[in-house]
Design a protein around this ligand. Sequence first.
Ligand code: ADP
Ligand code: MG
Length: 211
Amino acid sequence: MASTEIQKRDSNAITRRIKASKVPTMKELSDFDFGSIPSLNKAKVLELAKCGYIPSKTNVVLMGPPGVGKTHIAISLTLNACRQGYNARFFTAAEIVNTYREAREAKMIMRLEATLSRMHLIVIDELGYLPIDRTGAESLFGFFSRCYEQTSVIVTTNLPFAQWPSTFAGEERMTGALLDRLTHRLEALTISDKEESYRVKQSRKNNQKKS
Ligand code: ADP
Ligand code: MG
C-alpha cells in the first residue's frame, strides 16, 4: 500500500477513535499555559502525554480547585491516547453513574461492561462535584474494581482522598477498598488550593490592560 494511503487510513482511525471517546470539546496541551498554574508538575504532565502509563494500567488522579485546567488536561491526554492507537472514553462522574443506571434498567449491564472492557483508558471527570447516591456509589465501586489492573483510569476531582467517602454516599469501607485499588499504580497530580481559576486570572489581566 502506498504510504499516503497508510497515512490516510491511520488518520481515519484516529478521527474515529476521537469521536468514540466522546470528549466534550477539543483541548490540547500545546494551548495549555503551564506558567499560570505553577503548582502543577509540568514535567509529569508532559510525560503522561506520551501515554507510557497506559500499557502498565497506571491510573492518574488530577486533584485541585475549580478552573485550574484539570478537565483541559484530561481531554488532552484522551486525545493523545486516541492518536497513539488506544481506545479511550471520557465520562463525567454523573454521566458514568447515569450510564450504569440506564444499562441496569435496560438489562444491558453485560453489554456496557463488555464495551468498557475494550477501552484502554477511561476518564472520570469531576468526581466529587455532585453527591452520588448509594446505588451510584455501588456502580462506581464495581467500575473501579473491573478496571483494576485492566484499564487505566484518569480521575479529576476537587476532593482530597480523605473526603472521598463523603462523595460515595458515606461508604467508608468500600471507598477505602476503591482507593486501595486506584492508588496501587498511580500518578497523582495535585494542584494547590491556593491556585486561582485560569479564566478569573485572565479576565483580571484583561481588565488591568483596559484601565
Ligand atoms: P477545571 O476542570 O480544573 O475546573 P478546566 O479545565 O475546565 O478547569 O478549565 C477552565 C477553562 O480554562 C477551560 O476553557 C480551559 O481550557 C482553560 N484553562 C484552564 N487552565 C488553563 C491553562 N493553564 N492554560 C490555558 N487554558 C486553561
Ligand atoms: Mg473540570
